[in-house]
Write a protein that binds this ligand. Sequence first.
Ligand code: UTP
Length: 280
Amino acid sequence: MKAVIPAAGLGTRLLPATKAQPKEMLPVYDKPTIQYVIEEALASGIDDILIVTGRNKRSIEDHFDRSYELEYTLQKAGKDRVLKQVRKITDLADVCYVRQRNLKGLGDAIACAERHIGDEPFAVLLGDSITSSKIPLTKQLIDVFNRYDKSTIAIREVTPDRVCRHGIVSGSVISDNVYKIDDMVEKPNVGEVPSNLAIVGRYILTPDVFDKISQTEPGFNGEIQLTDALSKLDEVYGVKFGGDVFNIETRLEWLKSSINFAMYDDEFKDDLIGYMKSFI
Ligand code: UTP
């Protein structure tokens, strides 16, 4: 299976940090956000990855490309550990790129991948959202997709005050954590909410979604919304996710995610706790 990672957005909520660098390249603890996303794809058995980029996104391509000058310098200085890390990034996956010329929304970004994907089901992992769980979320979706052979998306419960920030779905439980979805709406108004189940940013989609996107009119925020295209599909399944999700789209989420991953690093954990205690 191939994966598509949309990463062309402007990241306006994180300005000025994202003025000259993509939000997908903002470091979360010790590596760029999009590297976590690619590592999730790999851990789910996917190594053919298409990143949808745009203007100002060159640093994403540079990050996953060889840097001979840097490697030579590290080698000469005997910095073997860091050299290994730098090489690993390039060897991670087979990554290619397509540009979204006009930023017309997530649905349009996915449409840019049609040629690369062809007539096969494919995974979508949003380039600004990191998930963390024992079994990678994309792998969980693939397992459910293999059961029903229909588009399958990740969902999770959110508190009532947060429903208007997400795509929201409703449906009926058909087995452990699996829902058959009957309705979905992108960023509903308070009072028009079908449930508190939000779309997480991981999808396995059947290729008929490309037709549905082409039939989709601009929706919320004047953008072509992937949620609106998905709501036109005959059958969609949802997998309720119990792990952590970090959407690197606001300053608070970005800070929380860095603290979270630092806390998993034994080298820094105690120092970080000490610092936070003294600060508080
Ligand atoms: P967001 O809507 O969160 O990203 O899209 P944004 O538009 O960059 O953010 P703000 O609202 O300006 O702060 C989720 C993911 O989809 C990509 C983004 O790059 C992000 O990774 N995206 C969004 C595209 O690739 N193309 C688009 O037209 C919109």
